[in-house]
Design a protein around this ligand. Structure first.
Ligand code: NAD
Length: 392
């Protein structure tokens, strides 16, 4: 069966409405031909150079308008590579002058975590919308200031949770909402990679002040976020344990491994781990009363899949591969033009931060259970507002 979902005008959308929006080319074709949105990319590190800038060559609703870097030579080289004039290069000091550049509508913050809040707030002061990488920031107070600054400026803040806009994960959410697994019992998520202190891209990740946490803040966040969007509910309490070899020079200030458990109101348990001394892994599985959903890998940049395990001759989901980053930037292009809902606003980033901080608090207290503030509810369920083409 091919499941092609129609897009309706955003004006018809009410919170909780069953609206399905297509991603990819169908979405792009229906943006009414409006000019695409200009992005300033802040930070020219691994993610920007390897994924974001190449993806911006293929986007339909988004294009590269400026670069912000602390390295003038690198910025000039990258600008030339992408056909940008030198006038479109900013540094961290003159960044605020982007206010005078109407070609920039969105600032995409791809900096170490401790710099997210400052650059988000400066972007809002400059009148721009913000797409900010995960984790949203380092402290809960920073997250709250970022959200308040966006509201004060009347600008959108989206946290770059690419998997919430990505067909494999969205298909899995749709299968969950259809009851494919029966009653969900457990979501298990295993996230990790090897870190290398001599790699500058890992050095700040291994520095508590810059990262706000070790493997949990960098990779565990995917598992926590996936558990929440798969179950479509919020945990009421958490606990966690850490395993860290303090003689390993990588782990002087951050943890290596944290394992966690989260209890959900339905009775489902979220269980997972994040680790900075294991091979690259981004896998999750849902165990239900009737079937399992298995995604391994589930959150890599590509090559993800989800399988239904335990049924009888269940047709397996066939999900097309997309560019996660291009898709996400296109989506946000539509958000700022009022054509698509902001599925992962600042409040969504803050919720993961609350949970991760509660897990870290539990770790610090020998695995004691920590109760969570249960007020947060997501406004839009990606399973209904982010459509995908699947055949299952
Ligand atoms: P990176 O270290 O490769 O790049 C960071 C950039 O920030 C570099 O250009 C560096 O020069 C610059 N920078 C400015 N001040 C710095 C300072 N004081 N110390 C270190 N670098 C400084 O990191 P990255 O892997 O590109 O990650 C950037 C952000 O993107 C992080 O928030 C990370 O969590 C996030 N990220 C998200 C994904 C995803 O799949 N969504 C993947 C990787 C990284």
């Amino acid at each position: 069966m091919t499941d092609t979902i129609t897009r309706r005008n955003m004006m018809e959308l009410g919170a909780g409405a069953t609206l399905a929006l297509t991603t990819g080319s169908v979405l792009h074709a229906q943006t009414g031909g409006q000019a695409s949105v200009g992005y300033a990319v802040v930070g020219l590190g691994k993610l920007s150079l390897g994924q974001i800038l190449p993806a911006l060559q293929r986007t339909k609703n988004a294009h590269l308008a400026a670069l912000v870097s602390g390295h003038p030579d690198k910025a000039k080289k990258v600008a030339a590579q992408y056909g940008l004039p030198e006038t479109a290069i900013y540094n961290y000091e003159n960044f605020d002058s982007i206010a005078k550049n109407p070609a920039i509508q969105v600032v995409y913050i791809v900096l170490p975590n401790s710099m997210h809040a400052d650059f988000t707030i400066r972007s809002f002061k400059a009148g721009k919308h913000v797409l900010c990488e995960k984790p949203m920031a380092v402290t809960l107070e920073e997250c709250e200031r970022m959200i308040a600054a966006g509201k004060a400026a009347n600008r959108q803040l989206m946290i770059a949770y690419r998997c919430q806009y990505e067909p494999v994960n969205v298909t899995a959410m749709q299968l969950m909402r259809k009851g494919t697994v029966g009653t969900p019992r457990l979501v298990n998520a295993v996230m990790g990679k090897q870190t290398d202190l001599s790699d500058p891209s890992d050095a700040w990740r291994l520095d508590m002040k810059m990262s706000g946490g070790g493997a949990l803040a960098d990779m565990g966040i995917y598992g926590i976020n996936a558990t929440r969007y798969l179950l479509n509910e919020e945990p009421v309490e958490v606990r966690g344990w850490a395993r860290t070899d303090k003689n390993d020079p990588r782990f002087k200030t951050v943890e290596d491994m944290i394992a966690w458990q989260m209890r959900f109101p339905s009775g489902a348990i979220g269980d997972g781990s994040s680790c900075f001394s294991q091979p690259g892994t981004m896998a999750w599985q849902v165990v239900g009363s009737e079937r399992r959903l298995v995604a391994d890998p589930g959150c890599f940049y590509g090559g993800n899949s989800v399988r239904i395990v335990g049924g009888r001759n269940d047709p397996q989901p066939q999900v097309a591969e997309i560019d996660h980053f291009g898709n996400e930037m296109d989506w946000f292009g539509d958000v700022v033009r009022g054509r698509a809902p902001n599925v992962s606003p600042g409040e969504e980033g803050l919720q993961d931060m609350r949970i991760m901080h509660a897990i870290m608090q539990s770790v610090a207290n020998g695995g004691q259970t920590v109760k969570l503030d249960t007020a947060y509810r997501r406004t839009y369920d990606p399973a209904t507002v982010v459509g995908v083409r699947t055949s299952a």
